[in-house]
Structures are given as C-alpha cells and as structure tokens.
Design a protein around this ligand. Structure first.
Ligand code: ATP
Ligand code: MG
Length: 431
C-alpha cells in the first residue's frame, strides 16, 4: 500500500459528525448579525506580509513567531497566510474606499493560521468569527458589540456569568500610553532582576505586553505595576464610562481588568475579552476592542474602528463542556428500494419530495444490488430519519408506498397512493 498522507500538524479536518455543530453555530451567527445590521465582507486568506507587520506591530507574538510567511515562487512577493482578520478587512475597506458613503458594519468567518504549539483549543489552522464596525467614533457601538455577544451566548444556550464572563479595560490614547509607558519602564527597570528573558527583551520595545505575560513567576511584579487607567485623560475616561453606563443599564456584569492589553498593537480606548473558566489556559473565547488609528496606519483616510475576533473551535469546545445538545440534522425520510428495477419509478418521486424542502436519503445499492430489506432497515434506522419510505414489490404492485414511522413506536405504518406524493409529503413534514 502507498504511504498514507496526513493533515499538517495542528490543522484539523471537520468530519460530518462534527460539522452539524459548526453549521448550527454559523447559522445562528448569521441570523444574529443581520439583526444588528452587519453585512458580510469576504477577504482573501493570503495577504502581503507587510500588511500584518504594519498592522499588528513588529513586536507582537503573532508577527515575531506565529506567522506562516513564504515567498511566492513565481514573482518573489512576500506573502502570509492571515493570522487574524482585521488587517485584511481594513485593507479591503481602504482599497475600495468603502467608507465613502459613511460608516460600515461588516463581518466574516473563516480560517486563520498561526504557528503555535498545538493543544486543545489552540491550533495552527483555526477559525474565527470576525466582526468590525468602521467609521463610528463613539462609545455607543463599542457597547452594542458587547451586548450583541451577550445575545449570541443566549442564543447558543450559554450562561453569562457562569460559562462566559466579560472583562473590559481602556487603553486610552497614544500620549496617555506614552506617559504610562515611561512610568512602567522605570518601574520594571527598578525590578530588572525579576524579569524573565522575554520581558527583558520587550522592556524597551513593548513594555505594555509584559503585563500580558503568562509567566506565573512574574504575576506579583506585574500586579503592582503602574496602571494605565491612572494615566487616562478626561476624554478617554468619558468614553470608557459611557460604555460602562450602557452595560450597567443592560444588566451585564463585567470585571474591569487593568492588565487586559490584547495581543495586537493597534488597539486604543475600549478593549474587552470574554473568558471562560472551563477551557484551562485557552480561556479567551472572544477578544476585541477599538482601533482608531489602524485604518490610517494602513494607508486609508483616517477613520475609527472597533471589532472583535471569536475563536470558533474554542466556542464549540465550550458548548461541549457545558453539555449543550445541538439540533438534530437527521433526514425526514429514508427510502428503502429493494428492487433496482423500480428506481426509474421511485427516484422521480423522491425528487418531488426534495423539491418541497424535505430531506430524503435514498438507500443506494452496491454493485450487487441494494442488499436485503433487513440491512436496508438497519441503515434507515441508523440514519436517524423519522420515517422509512418502503417501495417494496407488494406496495408498488398496489400502486402504493408504505410510510413507516421509525422514531415513534406507538405510531402505525400507513399506505399512501404512489401517484400523489403531496399527500405523503405532508406526513413527512416536521411538526
Ligand atoms: P491567546 O491569548 O489564547 O493566544 P490571542 O489573544 O492570541 O489568544 P486573538 O488574536 O485575540 O487571540 O484572537 C481572537 C480569538 O481567536 C481568541 O480569543 C481565541 O478564541 C481564538 N484563537 C486565537 N488563537 C487561536 C489558536 N491558535 N487556536 C484556536 N483559537 C485561537
Ligand atoms: Mg495568541
């Protein structure tokens, strides 16, 4: 036998048994986004490397060590498999002048790529729902995004406060961050002996990210560090308070986490994360915030933006951890056709049922015919279908089909006229 090829490490197949969960999530998301006026914007999976270096910042985990970058062998272009979606969305908005007629609410779902150590909830190809509101400067839309996520948890059956909790912070504006940065560097320098290697390297390039460290030995140090919140000016505080006022009025509980800084450099003012206690160190299900300089930084006409990325694998793991059942994708009927000679009669009838929206799986025979009635019924049962349609010799001879309930032991089988599929279609329809 030839050597069996396998998927790239950290990149997963989503098999039919799992894909029902995915589609259910995706359908729920699409419906919800439409209710808030969001529209899809689909961008390529491959972008110029420079987009992410410029957009995310040179000294970030993603750009430093997680990107799948390569040279296009045809022309030498430096390209990258997108590690996140915001930069590409902003590039597209700029390229098509899409904010010309005013603000825009857009979203997309799809694969992202990061070269990380694979583990549960952390993969090298993973999927995100990415939502962006562009051209709105006010705190209203920050709050709306957060409330929309609460609505999503509710739609999915997650309990906020138990399964997911909200953390928020404000990163202020650049001058405020600079003043804080100076104070932070002075503080960290005075404790240089307690810094790990990564922190020492970042001390002058990106000290704020040191607060985001996952090193337990440094927690006490970062806990006592100067807080950005204490450096915020009037306007930044007002923006933050306005977001909080809406969340408070909507009865949404949250924690203000002064150490929440997020992994990309482009954020300002509001940042937030939805975290779960149920997924170990892969705790963040969804993270986002405001990025009022990014559009300009990527060559567009200055305009504000705010958005979030939600990790779909993590969310589905969370739904599983909570034990939420996903709606059954089973077909309405399974057609049992013992004699291949009757297929020309039966198959057009099945087409009629499907044209009416019914899900009908036909037993397809092998080279040696369809198999015994018994084995066909076994397959019908295993399919999860609510009914079997039996096109046996006796039924066909009488111009009939047997409609046999498979899930309800008390319900009786009925015979239906073969030439009136509309009448049996009515029986098959979900109540
Ligand atoms: P983490 O701190 O867990 O590495 P992050 O801050 O790098 O997360 P973001 O860049 O904010 O993550 O991406 C948004 C969301 O995408 C995360 O909250 C998470 O749910 C998901 N995510 C990020 N990286 C991965 C990955 N490698 N595998 C699966 N999901 C991921
Ligand atoms: Mg990460």
């Amino acid at each position: 036998m030839a050597e069996r090829l396998t998927a790239v490490k950290g990149m997963n197949d989503i098999l039919p048994a799992e894909s029902a969960r995915w589609e259910w999530f995706e359908d729920t998301v699409r419906r919800l986004l439409a209710r808030y006026g969001y529209r899809a914007l689909r961008t390529p999976i491959v972008e110029p490397t420079a987009l992410f270096v410029r957009g995310l910042g040179e000294v970030t985990d993603i750009v430093e060590k997680e990107m799948y970058s390569f040279e296009d062998s045809m022309n030498g272009d430096r390209l990258t498999l997108r590690p996140e979606a915001t930069a590409g969305m902003v590039r597209a908005i700029n390229e098509h002048n899409a904010l010309y007629n005013g603000p825009l609410r857009v979203w997309q779902m799809g694969p992202m790529f990061r070269h990380e150590r694979p583990q549960k909830g952390r993969y090298r190809q993973f999927h995100q729902l990415d939502v962006e509101a562009l051209g709105h400067p006010g705190p209203d839309v920050d709050a709306e995004l957060i409330l929309m996520l609460r609505a999503l948890w509710r739609e999915l059956g997650l309990q906020e406060g138990r399964d997911v909790t909200l953390e928020i912070n404000s990163l202020g504006e650049a001058p405020e961050r600079q003043a804080h940065r100076a104070a932070l560097i002075a503080y960290l320098e005075s404790h240089a002996d307690q810094l790990d290697e990564e922190a020492r390297r970042r001390l002058h390039s990106n000290p704020l990210r040191i607060l985001d460290t996952k090193n337990p030995a440094m927690q006490a140090l970062v806990n006592a560090a100067p807080r950005l919140m204490d450096f915020l000016g009037e306007a930044s505080l007002q923006h933050f308070d306005a977001v909080r006022a809406v969340l408070d009025a909507a009865g949404l509980a949250y924690t203000v986490n002064p150490r929440l800084v997020r992994g990309m450099d482009y954020y300002n003012l509001t940042v937030f994360e939805w975290v779960t206690p149920l997924l170990g160190s892969q705790a963040t299900v969804c993270g986002g915030g405001r990025y009022d300089r990014l559009i300009e930084q990527l060559g567009g006409k200055p305009a504000p933006g705010v958005g979030f990325g939600l990790g779909i694998e993590r969310l589905l793991l969370l739904l599983e951890a909570v034990g939420l059942a996903v709606p059954d994708p089973a077909p309405d009927a399974y057609a049992v056709v013992p004699d291949p000679a009757s297929l020309p009669l039966v198959m057009p009838l099945l087409e009629t049922l499907r044209a009416q929206g019914l899900a009908v799986v036909m037993h397809a025979g092998g080279k040696d015919g369809p198999g015994s009635m018994k084995s066909q019924f076994k397959k019908a049962d295993a399919s999860g279908a609510r009914f079997a349609l039996v096109f046996g010799a006796d039924e066909l001879a009488a111009g009939q089909v047997a409609v046999k309930p498979l899930r309800d032991a008390a319900a009786a089988q009925t015979l239906q006229p073969l030439d009136q599929p509309d009448t049996w279609a009515a029986l098959l329809r979900r109540p």
